[in-house]
Design a protein around this ligand. Sequence first.
Ligand code: S3P
Length: 431
Amino acid sequence: MNMRFEPARALSGELDAPADKSISHRAALLGAMASEPVRIERYLQAADTTSTLHAVQALGALVEINGEGVVVRGAGLREAREPDGPIDVGNAGTLMRLLPGWLAAQQGRSFTLHGDESIRRRPVDRIAKPLRQMGAELTAREGRFPPLEVRGARLRAISYELDVPSAQVKSCVLLAALAADGATTVGEPARSRDHTERMLLRAGVAIHRNGRHVTVVNVDELLLEPIRIPGDASSAAFLVTAGVLVPGSRLLIGDVGVNWTRTGFLRILRRMQGIVLGDLEDETGELVGEEPVSDLDVAHGALEGTVVEAEEVPLAIDELPLVALLGCFAEGETVVHGAQELRVKESDRIAGVVEGLRGLGGDIEATPDGFAVRGSGGLRGGTLDSRGDHRLAMMGAVAGLASREGVEVLGMDAAAVSYPSFVADLAGLCS
Ligand code: S3P
């Protein structure tokens, strides 16, 4: 579905961010691995997280949806049922990477995971490697891509260093570690989001972090307290960007998750002189269980270019398209380094952002590991192809509101992957 976004007058109003996608996936998966029912409040009802509910149902968990909440009656840590056919993860990369962590521990049972056209281009060798070291058998198309077949085994604990910082791969190993013999340690080259660690800590699992290493000890069974999902900082980032870019705007976005590992974008934006007030979590030396939330108070203002270094990238990975958009409106140059991971997201996001924003009049070029934008006093407008990628679709919509002539977004329906009410929420802020 194509949709046109006309230049907006000032945006104003208050709304809550939609529930967090990453935390919803984890709550449903850990719920399915648990021995007692788990109540999840404010579960994200979007395409990706619905795929997760369907997947855990196919594996023997019972799911009851009541209003904004979900109750998951788990199958148990080692008792996932072998389903009749393949599990369809849809567009959900997080599901494709996390679920095999649980499946790897299902001794003697086999599972096949597949998904949509975008999923079939996204590498899974990064999870196959550690899970094989733990003892499971995995087979992927061309050794790298879905469909992925997992044959479960009795797992052994490992020490594993990730090649690229990835919360998905780290989480996969941590889930497998719950049913492995002994203590597993995962190291990553830079910090990435730590929702899995926090949820496991709250579940009473012996888990600790030492700098960039996390160690988890296996458990006999998993028991979880009720989980409340905070608002999604990545979804909120699109509203924040609209508020910062459209002259005269003032927005209050409520209930946003402000876990330090998710607020890299807000720190980059503040460095660009963007006006965002909120009570952001400071870097946590120790692992904490809480997922802190804050309201964000956003106002339009003039921006300056900035340089984003590789260390910051995992902390703002899904918001980097917005950094490029902001760069078009900023004074001077905005450069993102160390972001080659963007090539294997829901689409090649370096190509999608660079071609998309150029088509709207932006002065941006791809670099081997990111992009460089020269501020051009804003964007003319035009047509932007979402490439079926939710984050590119929403970036295009925000670009339209801030542009001089408006933007037609091709494939706006992709937003339903993470933020189904995005267009309605934006319209509410524009009226
Ligand atoms: C996610 C981690 C990120 C992010 C994705 C969600 C997660 O991927 O891009 O949208 O929920 O763990 P990587 O950390 O694997 O790059």
